[in-house]
Design a protein around this ligand. Structure first.
Ligand SMILES: C[S@@+](CC[C@H](N)C(=O)[O-])C[C@H]1O[C@@H](n2cnc3c(N)ncnc32)[C@H](O)[C@@H]1O
Length: 163
């Protein structure tokens, strides 16, 4: 619902998604009139996504690790970051140059299930620290204006306000 409201209210047409999984959100956005370029690194997910997306011509599925992909891209009205949580800042820095002026970046799962550092293992603690650092980065970066939303598992919308 949140994604739908944002896409409709901002008349989003061109989307870049990081993290396709089985193609559920890509297909959903196509249903809202978008063209979606989506990047997925896991070959099992890619195979599933191909089954679901079939010959939907409004989706370009790129099988690659988004951290190292260096193939062609276009300009997007929205970048939806939904890949590995520990890498959000790297995704943001790498892909926001492809954002149109006034374009949006949505990041998902920023609450990370409301896990508390004192209740999780070392690896998850590290992940929570990275997500916290990324939120601070979003608050501080002056070329974007970011709002955090307490919907789902925590989302943010960052609007590009300067080139
Ligand atoms: C939460 S799922 C995506 C869900 C999907 N956006 C949806 O809402 O239907 C995260 C996906 O990101 C993929 N992923 C994680 N890191 C990635 C990377 N560096 N490059 C490409 N895909 C990545 C994972 O393999 C996984 O399938």
């Amino acid at each position: 619902m949140f994604l739908q409201q944002v896409i409709e209210s901002h008349r989003i047409k061109r989307v870049l998604e990081i993290g396709t999984a089985i193609g559920y959100s890509a297909l959903f956005m196509v249903g809202l009139g978008c063209h979606v370029t989506t990047i997925e690194r896991d070959p099992i997910m890619v195979a599933e996504a191909r089954k679901h997306l079939g010959k939907v011509k409004e989706v370009t599925l790129i099988e690659a690790d988004a951290l190292i992909y260096d193939g062609p891209l276009a300009t997007y009205d929205l970048i939806f970051i939904d890949g590995a949580k520990a890498q959000y800042q790297r995704f943001f820095e790498k892909y926001t140059p492809f954002l149109a002026p006034g374009g949006l970046v949505i990041c998902d799962n920023l609450h990370f299930h409301h896990l508390k550092p004192e209740e999780v293992n070392r690896h998850t603690k590290q992940l929570l620290r990275k997500i916290a650092r990324f939120k601070t980065y979003l608050q501080e970066i002056t070329s974007f204006s970011t709002t955090f939303y307490d919907v789902g598992d925590g989302m943010s919308i960052s609007k590009k306000v300067k080139p």
